[in-house]
Design a protein around this ligand. Structure first.
Ligand SMILES: C[S@@+](CC[C@H](N)C(=O)[O-])C[C@H]1O[C@@H](n2cnc3c(N)ncnc32)[C@H](O)[C@@H]1O
Length: 251
C-alpha cells in the first residue's frame, strides 16, 4: 500500500512495540477477546468463525482468538502491523485502509475495537467504513464496534485542554509521556510527547504525535448501521471499555 495512506502517529509506528505500555487505560486483552467471542457466538450458529479485526493494532485481541478461530488483522500503520505479525502465529496480518477493504462476503465477524472507527474524519467517512464492513461480511455475519460515543451535553463548555502524564519502566525500556486532549467541535485532539530510553542509550529519544478522533453520537452510528443495511442493530453501553454496537448483515 502507498506509504502516504498511513498516518504518522509515533505510537503506531516507531513506538509500536511499546503500544500497550503507552496505553493509559488498563486493558485485559484476554478478557476482552473472551467477551467478543461470546457476543459473536451468541449471534451465529458456528463454534469456529472467520474474523476480520479492522485496525487490529498490535493484535491485543487476535493473539487470544487466533488458535480457535480463523483470524485476519488489518491495519493501516506499518509499525503496529509488524508487531501484530510478530505476536501472532496463525492469524494473517495485512496492511490496509478501513475506507477500502479488499474483501467481499468473506467473514462471519468484523470487529473495529477500541475507537478505531473514530479515525474516520466525518459522519460520511464513518458511513463509508461501515459500508466496507458490510461488504466484507458474509450474509448472517456480525459486526462489533467498540466506540466512545459523543455526548455533546456532557462535554466541557470551555473545550478546555486536559493534561495527563504516564510513566513506564522495565529492564528493556523507560518511557514517560505527557498528553493533552482538547475538543474541537466533535473532534478529540490528543497531542502526545514521549521520552524513551533503552539500555545503552546515552540520552532519551523524543517522539511526538497527534491523534484526531472524530466523535459520533449513538444515534448517528445506529442510523448509519441501518442505512448500510444491517439489522438486529443494538448498542450496549455496558460492554467492553466504552460500549459496543452490535449488528448483523441480513441472511
Ligand atoms: C486506538 S487503536 C486500537 C487498536 C486495537 N484495535 C486495540 O484494540 O488495541 C486504533 C487502530 O486503528 C488503526 N487505524 C487508524 N486509521 C486506520 C485506517 N484508516 N485503516 C485501518 N486502520 C487504521 C491504527 O493504526 C490503530 O492500530
Amino acid at each position: 500500500m502507498p506509504e502516504s495512506s498511513a498516518s504518522s502517529e509515533a505510537v503506531y509506528n516507531e513506538l509500536a512495540m511499546y503500544y500497550e505500555q503507552l496505553d493509559r487505560v488498563n486493558r485485559d486483552g484476554a478478557a476482552e477477546a473472551a467477551a467478543i467471542e461470546s457476543v459473536v457466538l451468541d449471534r451465529t450458529d458456528e463454534s469456529t468463525i472467520s474474523l476480520l479485526d479492522v485496525g487490529c493494532g498490535v493484535a491485543t485481541h487476535l493473539q487470544h482468538l487466533e488458535h480457535t478461530h480463523e483470524c485476519v488483522g488489518l491495519d493501516v500503520n506499518k509499525g503496529v502491523a509488524e508487531v501484530a505479525a510478530d505476536r501472532t502465529d496463525d492469524a494473517t496480518i495485512v496492511r490496509g485502509d478501513m475506507h477500502a477493504l479488499p474483501f467481499e462476503n468473506a467473514f462471519d465477524c468484523v470487529t473495529l475495537l477500541f475507537h478505531t472507527l473514530a479515525y474516520a474524519r466525518s459522519v460520511g467517512a464513518m458511513h463509508d467504513v461501515l459500508t466496507e464492513c458490510y461488504r466484507s461480511l458474509e450474509p448472517g455475519g456480525v459486526l462489533l464496534l467498540e466506540l466512545m460515543p459523543f455526548v455533546p451535553e456532557t462535554m466541557p463548555e470551555t473545550n478546555g485542554v486536559d493534561r495527563t502524564v504516564n510513566s513506564y519502566t522495565d529492564t528493556e525500556v523507560a518511557i514517560t509521556s505527557v498528553q493533552t486532549s482538547r475538543l474541537e467541535e466533535r473532534t478529540l485532539v490528543l497531542e502526545g510527547d514521549y521520552l524513551v530510553a533503552r539500555p545503552g542509550d546515552e540520552r532519551p529519544t523524543h517522539h511526538a504525535d497527534t491523534h484526531r478522533l472524530t466523535l459520533f453520537t449513538v444515534e448517528e452510528v445506529l442510523d448509519a448501521l441501518q442505512m448500510c443495511g444491517f439489522d438486529n442493530v443494538e448498542y450496549d453501553p455496558s460492554r467492553l471499555q466504552t460500549g459496543l454496537f452490535i449488528a448483523n448483515k441480513p441472511i
